[in-house]
Design a protein around this ligand. Structure first.
Ligand code: CDP
Ligand code: CDP
Length: 224
């Protein structure tokens, strides 16, 4: 089992988690959704009506974040409580950039992400994986798509789930979250110097998965 750590970074709804899960399955890697971890921290802040970072960290320390693979995809837990759906609500989505900008929250979650990655075979998606969490990852992908296409993807996803959504509002919210994530002082969303850019505008999920798996193949050819 060769070491293979893949970092997938990019803006909101660029398809990171969808493609990362498929690559994980094909290549037998652990998949870690780091965005879900920041969403859980945000949920804790909202549920406890607090912006006190030490309190948020202490609650998560006592109720660790965990993931379970099920037939319906990956489930997310805060201690014993399943939070898979509640971390995707608009309330959490619109507050997450604020909570994820706190240095102490990032330090705490990054340490946990690095611990999970120490098994050596993992694909992780987020904003700072290639730059901060796994700066020496074997492969780094920076996945982008136009704001219009990303909003349309999220819109269709919400429609399928029966969540009423306004497309224009979605565009504004996605752009705003990108702006906050890219301009924050600590670990902003940024393409690592050695990351490969993949523009998925007009591309299918399969196209992107194939692109990444080709890069893995090139990597193993190179290592021979
Ligand atoms: O899936 P979506 O693109 O909507 O976002 P996500 O990956 O679930 O991430 C939610 C939020 O968590 C982002 O907007 C960032 O503010 C934050 N995040 C981060 O700061 N660093 C990461 N490695 C992952 C997510
Ligand atoms: O994780 P991230 O926020 O970057 O995006 P996602 O939740 O994986 O993907 C957002 C939506 O875009 C999902 O409904 C995907 O099925 C869809 N999509 C995609 O991920 N990639 C494409 N090339 C086309 C559509």
């Amino acid at each position: 089992m060769k070491k293979l750590r893949i970092a997938v970074d990019g803006p909101a709804s660029s398809g990171k988690s969808t493609v990362a899960k498929l690559v994980a399955k094909d290549l037998d890697l652990i998949y870690l959704d780091t965005g879900a971890m920041y969403r859980v921290a945000t949920l804790v802040a909202l549920q406890n009506k607090t912006g006190d970072v030490q309190k948020i960290i202490s609650i998560i320390s006592q109720n660790p974040i965990s993931f379970k693979n099920s037939q319906n995809g990956q489930q997310v837990f805060l201690g014993e409580e399943e939070v898979t759906d509640v971390i995707r609500t608009n309330e959490v989505t619109n507050a997450v950039s604020k909570i994820s900008a706190f240095p102490e929250i990032r330090e705490f979650l990054v340490a946990e992400q690095q611990r999970i990655a120490s098994n050596g075979r993992i694909i992780m998606d987020g904003r700072d994986i290639g730059t901060v969490v796994l700066p020496d990852a074997e492969l780094k992908i920076f996945l982008i798509a136009s704001v219009d296409e990303r909003a349309e993807r999220r819109y269709k996803e919400n429609l399928a789930k029966g969540i009423p959504t306004n497309l224009e509002q979605l565009k504004v919210e996605i752009s705003e979250r990108d702006r906050k994530d890219s301009t924050r002082e600590i670990s902003p969303l940024k393409q690592a110097a050695d990351a490969i850019l993949c523009d998925s505008t007009g591309k299918t999920i399969k196209d992107v998965v194939t692109f990444i798996e080709e890069k893995v193949k090139e990597l193993s050819e190179h290592r021979k």
